[in-house]
Design a protein around this ligand. Structure first.
Ligand SMILES: Cc1cc2nc3c(=O)[nH]c(=O)nc-3n(C[C@H](O)[C@H](O)[C@H](O)COP(=O)(O)OP(=O)(O)OC[C@H]3O[C@@H](n4cnc5c(N)ncnc54)[C@H](O)[C@@H]3O)c2cc1C
Ligand SMILES: NC(=O)c1ccc[n+]([C@@H]2O[C@H](COP(=O)([O-])OP(=O)(O)OC[C@H]3O[C@@H](n4cnc5c(N)ncnc54)[C@H](O)[C@@H]3O)[C@@H](O)[C@H]2O)c1
Length: 507
């Protein structure tokens, strides 16, 4: 066996583990951790950038570190007796830097090694059944999996080619912002766009949001996008709905680095005026918009293109469709499921026992793992509801189906909708609370199938709805779950009272 390795460390060219995980984001870390926990099996994670993945350095952590001071300032600005705080941009960016550990993953590597998971640096691809080739500056290395290879490579941003030549910002630049563009145009109206406009406007950019759809946050209840739209406009953000950007030009585009303005002015042409369209009533989109920077936030797709899938007879659709051989699994954004950290970690937790229980292969295969097997579900996995919090002002916290999704699924549903701020616990948090809350109830089963809360600090309320859906608690039983007074959870009382009387009593 040849010895070689980076920085003088002794590494073998070839190595064998029970589980080889490609990608060290939250899903990959959890897949490795829970596959070997309490089993005596071995696991390695191959990571080409930073252990901890997109979430830790470029996505969830820095975005929420930037949004929290903005939220606190907004709250303070709506409480008589407190002067609206001045945001100290440098201090906020410094706090963001500390939350991303200065883009240094030593802590995450130490954590992995501490739980017995090896970390190999490099870009991995499938080189055959159970075989992973890793390329790094130190050379090529081959890893073999006795039981399973787990694809946890996350997702890549979609950048339409007509925008790409302008070297626009992606979400990494927005979360890693160093230079605040004076005029920032954002294309997109989904989660990333709505969160990024919130912190970039607060940090001082004059933002124009260009939204192709008729509304913001199209996958949530309509009243969620309406509340966020009203709030953004009240803060001075220009929002053009139903507007497509048809052309982008930037004569002096330059890759100046993460979070820095990427060159000279950028000019966007929109479809305003085409077919008599004016963007939206009272606020027509101009045909041309000039900005200092452009952020493109129009979705992400599973990062599967460099994995050599065709070499093992597979396509990206096989991965996202779950048509995989028994030695191969996918978790997290790479699997094409809800692209959320908590969802990827959950799927890794429930799949891990099945990974460990795959029969060992090869002469040195470890004994079969006793007591492991497919994870027991209380619910059909398809029925486990996905929660999400969008950290805008107001916050949007939802779980399970919207009313429309439930109807589209053929359910006979009844809904209850109330203004969130009409309960004392919410009204006490700040003056002028906005937003509504809604329960979606399956009339036949008398249980929740979805809930949405829009308002101040609703992020902490939604988990009660998740528990109610997973526990299949009938709504008449939920009436005995008494919220403390005066807390935001009292919105549950108003919602349950707004349901038809026959659903409130035991059948
Ligand atoms: C701006 C932004 C904000 C977000 N905020 C939230 C939030 O608040 N809450 C939430 O739940 N979700 C949020 N998300 C989504 C969340 O970041 C993702 O769902 C999550 O990171 C997915 O985890 P993952 O482990 O599947 O992939 P990732 O975190 O993307 O990790 C994948 C890892 O695989 C590595 N990799 C890829 N290919 C290879 C290869 N061939 N070889 C070796 N390594 C490879 C990558 O370098 C990366 O480190 C946000 C996303 C963005 C963009
Ligand atoms: N707080 C959170 O949980 C959080 C925060 C940020 C991101 N995320 C995750 O990251 C994922 C990606 O976020 P995102 O905002 O990029 O995607 P998204 O799917 O939420 O929104 C994309 C938006 O872009 C629009 N769009 C698509 N193609 C377009 C085009 N060519 N031109 C103009 N508009 C176009 C879509 O209609 C949609 O409104 C989300 O699905 C979310 O799960 C989560």
């Amino acid at each position: 066996m040849t010895e070689s390795g980076p920085q003088g460390s002794q590494e073998r060219d070839t190595d064998t583990y029970d589980v080889v995980v490609i990608g060290g984001g939250p899903a990959g870390e959890n897949a490795a951790q829970y596959a070997i926990e309490g089993t005596g099996l071995t696991a390695v994670v191959v990571e080409r950038e930073l252990m901890g993945g997109e979430c830790s350095y470029y996505a969830c952590m820095p975005s929420k570190a930037l949004l929290r001071p903005v939220q606190v300032a907004d709250t303070a600005g709506n409480l008589p007796g407190i002067e609206r705080p001045r945001l100290d941009v440098d201090a906020i960016l410094a706090r963001r830097d500390s939350w991303v550990s200065g883009y240094d993953d030593a802590g995450q590597v130490a954590w992995a090694e501490g739980i017995g998971v090896d970390v190999v640096r490099g870009a991995a691809r499938l080189a055959g059944e159970r075989t992973v080739a890793v390329t790094s500056p130190a050379g090529e290395r081959t890893l073999t999996a006795r039981r399973a290879v787990v694809l946890a490579t996350g997702s890549d941003p979609v950048v339409p080619p007509e925008y790409a030549t302008a070297l626009p910002w992606g979400s990494r630049d927005a979360t890693g912002v160093r230079e605040i563009p004076e005029r920032l145009a954002i294309i997109g109206g989904g989660v990333i766009a709505c969160e990024a406009v919130t912190w970039m406007a607060a940090l001082g950019s004059q933002v124009t949001l260009l939204v192709r759809d008729e509304r913001l946050l199209p996958r949530t209840e309509p009243f969620a996008g309406e509340a966020v739209l009203a709030s953004l406009r009240a803060k001075g953000v220009t929002v053009h709905l139903a507007t497509s950007v048809t052309e982008v030009s930037r004569p002096h585009a330059e890759d100046t680095g993460l979070g820095r303005v990427h060159g000279g002015e950028v000019t966007l042409r929109t479809d305003a005026g085409a077919d008599g369209r004016t963007g939206e009533e009272g606020d027509p989109a101009p045909g041309e918009i000039v900005a200092d920077e452009l952020l493109v936030a129009v979705g992400r797709r599973p990062a599967l293109s460099t994995l050599g899938l065709d070499g093992v007879g597979l396509s990206a659709d096989d991965v996202t469709g779950g048509r995989l051989p028994d030695w191969l699994l996918a978790v997290g954004d790479a699997a094409g499921e809800a692209p959320l950290t908590h969802w990827g970690k959950y799927r890794a937790r429930v799949l891990a026992p099945a990974v460990a229980a795959r029969p060992g292969q090869g002469p040195d295969a470890a004994p079969d793992v006793e007591g492991s097997g497919p994870a027991p579900f209380a619910l059909d996995p398809e029925e486990v509801p996905v929660p999400q919090v969008v950290f805008t002002d107001p916050e949007v916290a939802s779980v399970g189906m919207t009313e429309q999704e439930a109807r589209d699924a053929g359910l006979d549903v009844v809904t209850a909708t109330v203004p969130t701020g009409h309960v004392a616990g919410v009204a006490l948090l700040r003056d002028h609370p906005t937003g509504k809350s809604r329960l979606v109830v399956d009339r036949q089963r008398r249980t929740l199938v979805g809930a949405t809360f829009v308002g101040p600090e609703v992020a902490e309320i939604v988990h009660a709805a998740t528990v109610a859906i997973v526990g299949q608690v009938p709504v008449h039983v939920l009436r005995h779950a008494v919220p403390s007074y005066p807390t935001g959870s009292e919105v549950w009382l108003r919602l349950l009272e707004a349901l038809p009387v026959e659903l409130r009593a035991a059948p």
